[in-house]
Ligand binder design. Structure first.
Ligand SMILES: Cc1cc2nc3c(=O)[nH]c(=O)nc-3n(C[C@H](O)[C@H](O)[C@H](O)COP(=O)(O)O)c2cc1C
Length: 391
């Protein structure tokens, strides 16, 4: 692991146009597959096992319910972040611009996809920076992968200057370091050297001028890992659990297209590997950091349940990508439906604002109940949800 000044010690070949083109091609394939193919997990996120309890006599007008929240010191109009997905290839500019326009107008947060490609090829910078240009007031989250912070067989780790460039590229309010060892394990060109990963995160967190978010991408984060991340200096955790987009499935399809039968069956075998999102939220919330619930959040009602068990925000990926490919109106409609469902859930469970869900009664059933019991997770009454204290 190395976080130092300079370029991070990459050799000229690491920065070659060919390498940049290869990343761009891969990112383009991810986008097409995630938008069009059957890539969701077979295992559920757990929302159907979580039941908010109806209040037949609410003491507020539904229209007065306050959906706003505070995350890492920033006020958002809705507890929603458009998950970091894209950048660095042909279709990314238009998708990111459209999503950023909606984020700005709706007062929600937005992440960009891994910015490694733009470090290699500065021509790709606009596919990311368009987000900040279009959304000057939104909470914007920069993104880089843990594998880029750890020395790999053919690639040196990024240096402190590279990390600072990634943050300033989108004038970010926070930096997400994505943990995607499931994807890297299945990907034919995957990078699975992980020794020293926690100290690499600590080194970045120590020097970063914006808060660092540790972000899983579909296999979930346990309470134990969340506690280790907290000790490493991260200020929030995106649990990225099982129940939505499966990157094992995405990589299995890519492997199949490239004729790599072994990787294809590995990806299929591990399609549902990991901790379901609802379990991960409740577990990670015990570490006392603000939590983003991502992975299979498909409605405002799912979001209400996530907030009730410890999330501060929910993250949504694939549905918003698919909507963006249909056009801006589809994204706006998705966000409006989400807000109405969330408002209805808060109203009908007797709350006045999003944060009240954290104190609402909840009943657990089914597989989620079994997971919680066997991992020894109990729901917290309240917690460091807003991040105001942990900044
Ligand atoms: C096409 C696509 C590309 C993605 N690229 C990234 C990425 O570069 N960095 C990252 O942290 N997460 C990435 N993700 C993961 C999402 O941020 C999110 O965690 C995941 O899609 C689960 O949410 P969902 O079930 O709502 O789709 C990507 C997701 C999709 C669909």
């Amino acid at each position: 692991m190395r976080i130092a000044g300079g370029t991070g010690g990459q050799s000229p070949s690491d920065r070659s146009p060919n390498a940049a083109e290869e990343i761009a091609r891969r990112k383009g394939e991810h986008l097409s597959l995630a938008a069009e193919a059957d890539v969701e997990t077979r295992t559920a996120a757990g929302w159907d096992d979580i039941h908010l309890v109806h209040d037949a006599l609410p003491d507020i007008d539904a229209s007065d319910v306050d959906l706003g929240t505070t995350f890492l010191g920033h006020r958002l109009k809705l507890p929603l972040v458009i998950s970091g997905m894209t950048g660095g290839h042909g279709r990314a500019l238009a998708v990111n611009e459209l999503l950023a326009r909606v984020a700005e107008r709706s007062g929600i947060a937005i992440g960009v996809g891994s910015q490694r490609a733009a470090l290699r090829d500065p021509m790709l910078v606009p596919t990311y920076s368009i987000v900040r240009e279009t959304a000057p007031h939104a909470f914007v989250i920069a993104n880089l992968g843990i594998s880029q912070l750890v020395k790999q067989d053919r690639e040196s780790p990024l240096g402190a200057k590279d990390v600072a460039t990634i943050v300033s590229m989108v004038k970010a309010d926070a930096l997400a370091i994505h943990l995607n060892y499931l994807e890297e394990s299945v990907q034919p060109e995957g990078q699975t050297r992980a020794r020293g990963a926690a100290s690499a995160i600590r080194a970045v967190a120590l020097r970063s001028r914006v808060p660092v978010i540790a972000k899983e991408t579909g296999a979930g984060i346990t309470r134990e890992v969340a506690l280790r991340l907290r000790r490493a200096g991260v200020k929030a955790v995106d649990v990225g659990g099982v129940g939505g987009t499966s990157f094992a499935a995405v990589e299995a399809l890519r492997a199949a297209a490239h004729g790599d039968v072994a990787r294809m069956s590995l990806g299929e075998r591990f399609r549902d590997w990991g901790v379901p999102t609802a379990v991960a939220v409740l577990g990670a919330a015990g570490a006392g950091l603000p939590i983003i619930a991502t992975g299979g959040v498909r409605s405002g009602l799912d979001a209400a349940k996530a907030l009730a068990i410890g999330a501060t925000l929910v993250g949504v990926g694939r549905p918003l990508l698919q909507a963006a490919l249909r056009g801006e109106e589809a994204v706006v409609r998705w966000v409006d439906d989400f807000a109405l469902e969330l408002r209805t859930a808060i109203f009908l469970s007797g709350g006045r604002r999003s944060a009240d869900l954290a104190r609402a009664p909840v009943v657990f059933t089914g597989a989620t109940k079994a997971w919680l019991e066997q991992l020894g997770y109990a729901r917290r009454a309240s917690g460091a949800r807003s991040g105001r204290r942990s900044r």
